[in-house]
Design a protein around this ligand. Structure first.
Ligand code: DC
Length: 226
């Protein structure tokens, strides 16, 4: 069957990753969480102590950063590795969440990651979620989905996720503030801001469960490959 690339963009914590992962499983495609790549670089910068405006140091850091993904069967999830070290837990902390949008504004970081993301899609059969996948990374993706949900619904979901991970320190309000700030920064940055591609199909999943969302997306895929 014909393979396509599927771009899933949208606001923070909209369930893009959940849908992308489900779709990849059903279609036997590769799932790429592009946000995890921005988080990995953010984590590396925090660890190094480099200033975000120290472009030489950031350039060196990028040259030595190898990001990869490894399937974790226990969680049925792909863990993110930086230079072979599993940093999946570290990149999901509030510290990284609070700094990732600043790091995502840096031109050299975007160039470095977009190049890698584009290579991953060359053979098609990729579901990638992020902010600029349908507009910049895969402007020719055969299917583009733009996801939205009400901020309170999104914060509730993310807060629940953090609690399941054992984070009892972060309040619902902390999560809501972080989401709202990231949405603003991601949508208003100068380089490849978050925006709906003109040919993307919008899905508001505020009132949808995961099964309904998946069924809708599969129907869209079928339209594109048939
Ligand atoms: O998908 P996420 O929430 O884990 O992404 C974390 C941040 O990374 C997000 O707030 C903005 C940035 N990002 C981006 O700029 N471009 C992408 N394609 C994916 C994420």
């Amino acid at each position: 069957m014909k393979k396509i690339n599927i771009a899933i963009d949208g606001y923070s914590s909209c369930g893009k990753g959940t849908l992308a992962k489900q779709l990849a499983k059903v279609l036997n495609y590769v799932f790429i969480d592009s946000g995890a790549m921005y988080r990995a670089i953010t984590y590396a910068i925090i660890e190094s102590g480099f200033r975000l405006d120290d472009s030489e140091k950031i350039k060196d850091l990028l040259q030595n950063a190898q990001i990869s993904f490894a399937y974790n069967p226990e969680q049925d999830y792909f863990s993110t590795l930086l230079n072979g070290v599993n940093i999946e837990k570290e990149i999901r902390t509030m510290e990284v969440s609070n700094r990732v949008s600043e790091v995502s504004k840096i031109e050299s970081v975007r160039k470095f990651l977009v190049e890698q993301q584009q290579k991953l899609g060359v053979d098609k059969g990729v579901v990638m979620d992020g902010r600029d996948i349908g507009t910049v990374v895969f402007p020719d993706a055969e299917l583009k989905i733009f996801m939205t949900a009400r901020p309170e619904v999104r914060a509730q979901r993310r807060h629940h996720e953090l609690l399941l991970r054992g984070d009892t320190q972060t309040s619902f309000d902390d999560v809501l503030t972080n989401l709202t700030e990231r949405d603003y920064m991601d949508s208003n940055r100068a380089i490849s801001p978050l925006k709906k591609a003109s040919d993307a199909i919008e899905i508001d999943n505020s009132e949808m469960n995961k099964e309904q969302q998946l069924a809708l997306a599969i129907a869209l895929v079928q339209q594109k490959i048939s």
